[in-house]
Design a protein around this ligand. Structure first.
Ligand SMILES: Cc1cc2nc3c(=O)[nH]c(=O)nc-3n(C[C@H](O)[C@H](O)[C@H](O)COP(=O)(O)OP(=O)(O)OC[C@H]3O[C@@H](n4cnc5c(N)ncnc54)[C@H](O)[C@@H]3O)c2cc1C
Length: 485
């Protein structure tokens, strides 16, 4: 289907918000028959980073065109609706929390309300085959593990304070911290079984990767970028404190509507970016955009899937070769009521056993049903989606029953989704630099090349990896591109 014929409206399930896809009137035709147009800045990718960049550039009086491969905006923010068209279901970004000022301001500007994640009652911990219920943020570990867990949290927070988020590789101990894995660091620095399980669970929960896949330097960068380990992990007073009424996708849809349908082409993967000597030619499946500059707002591993002429620098290309997406999927069980609340439970569980490593109560306003969501991360995600859906459902309901009681065995609906299986993402929630990548190649991450500027939540200095970081990355890259015009 050509870009012009895609002027038809695309409705995203669940949110009721409508986004139009099209090419500005008066556009010419490219040699391949697709539309051709000319703007100041082309933006590749209609995630929160690209949409924010486009809107900032428009605010500065520049003309923009956003080109998105998918048939919807939002990227890693994706809301559908539960069977029967009832509850919004966030497959990607879900939570917002204190100090995420940019995303909270955008929600407020767009009239998207927030509600608190249910955090009343007891949490569940399932470590070493033992299910325990506890209140508050102190996990039920033996005394030695508990003392050590607090020591390790303090150590990580204090080490993170010394990291410059713009250049973690310049930290005094950067080489030592980036040439080992977090697993090696845990083995050397954490002695008790309980504290080890807790640190491992924390890394899985934050990055959806195994501790062996990232370095302590990257962990410290992330902690610095968010403010503290507790802010990353906590529900109340942390990154999971609130959710957006109607689903997170209302944010990118609201931004897209402000940017204007004629300034956005959907369903049109960008294949090639050519520096012509006087500008750039951005060649996508159904549209070609000539611009003075291009903002490439796709996750790092997706950048080299576009052909650049001239090619990317060796350093940038090699960085991207060392920055895969982590592995994650979500399972969602919808029940007649949020029965765990009546049983005095938050609906939050953490486990060192698969497939689900942690859960949250996602029940929103306006429904009497109860929604439990679980993350399947890292190696478990790679194994879980080899199973058929009936077996996946069986395994998940067995776990949920262990944690929340017999009523968890029979959800009204069971849904699940692997982000690794999505061709435009190939994993989530974030790209993770392999050990050694930051010190060897990290300085190429935010560096523009020729007339190309690069951004995604991974380039943010504050709340990197989150919706808030994506907005900050979009603002920063818009300022950079504007200064270069
Ligand atoms: C399971 C999961 C849970 C998460 N939970 C949270 C949370 O609770 N809170 C939070 O704040 N954040 C969360 N996140 C992270 C959050 O979704 C991201 O930080 C943010 O959405 C990233 O935005 P972005 O614009 O940088 O990238 P993306 O959203 O990835 O946008 C990039 C866009 O580029 C497009 N694209 C790729 N290649 C091309 C091409 N060649 N041509 C054209 N377009 C292309 C993609 O289709 C995509 O739309 C979660 C993510 C996932 C997946």
């Amino acid at each position: 289907m050509s870009a012009l014929s895609r002027r038809d409206l695309l409705k995203t399930a669940g949110t009721g918000v409508v986004v139009a896809a099209g090419v500005a009137p008066g556009s010419a035709r490219a040699a391949d028959g697709g539309a051709e147009l000319t703007v100041d800045v082309a933006v590749v990718g209609a995630g929160l980073t690209g949409l924010t960049a486009a809107r900032e550039l428009q605010r500065a009086g520049k003309t923009v065109h956003v080109i998105e491969a998918d048939e919807r905006v939002g990227g890693r923010i994706w809301t559908t609706s539960a069977p029967g068209g009832r509850e919004p279901v966030n497959w990607g970004a879900t939570f917002v929390g204190p100090s995420q000022d940019k995303v909270l301001a955008l929600a407020s500007e767009l009239g998207v309300g927030t509600y608190k994640t249910w955090d009343t009652g007891k949490n569940v911990q399932d470590f070493a085959g033992k299910v325990q219920r506890y209140t508050g943020t102190v996990p039920p570990l033996d005394l030695l593990s508990l003392i050590e867990a607090q020591r390790v949290i303090n150590l990580i927070n204090s080490m993170a304070r010394g990291i410059d988020p713009a250049a973690p590789w310049s930290s005094p101990r950067a080489t030592g911290l980036d040439t080992v894995t977090c697993q090696t660091w845990i083995d050397a620095n954490v002695l008790t079984g309980g504290a080890r399980s807790l640190v491992r669970a924390a890394i899985l929960a934050i990055f959806s990767c195994e501790p062996a896949e990232i370095s302590p330097l990257h962990l410290l960068f992330y902690v610095k970028s968010a403010g503290s380990l507790e802010k990353l992990l906590n529900t109340t007073a942390g990154a999971q404190e609130s959710q957006l009424v109607g689903g997170s996708q209302r944010l990118p849809e609201g931004l897209a509507a402000r940017i204007g349908a004629g300034n956005l082409t959907l369903s049109s993967p960008v294949r090639k970016i050519v520096d012509t000597g006087s500008g750039v030619r951005v060649i996508a499946e159904h549209v070609t955009v000539n611009a003075k500059r291009v903002v490439v707002a796709v996750p790092p591993p997706m950048v080299p899937r576009i052909a650049f002429e001239p090619g990317l620098s060796a350093l940038k290309d090699q960085l991207y070769q060392r920055m895969p997406m982590a592995s994650v999927g979500k399972v969602i069980a919808i029940y007649r009521t949020p029965f765990w609340r009546a049983a005095g439970l938050t609906g939050q569980a953490v486990s060192d056993q698969g497939p689900v490593s942690n859960t949250f109560d996602l029940t929103g306003p306006g429904t009497s049903r109860g929604v439990l969501m679980g993350f399947v991360d890292g190696q478990r995600a790679r194994e879980f989606w080899d199973l058929d859906q009936a077996e996946r459902r069986r395994q998940v309901t067995v776990q949920f029953t262990r944690w929340f009681g017999a009523a968890a065995a029979t959800p009204d609906d069971y849904l699940d989704l692997s982000w690794d299986a999505q061709p435009l993402h190939r994993g989530c929630p974030v790209a993770i630099p392999a050990p050694g990548a930051l010190i060897g190649f990290g300085r190429a991450l935010r560096r523009p090349e020729g007339r190309c500027h690069f951004a995604s939540t991974e380039t943010a200095l504050v709340w990197s990896g989150y919706m808030d970081g994506a907005i900050r990355a979009g603002e920063a890259v818009a300022a950079e591109a504007r200064a270069a015009l």
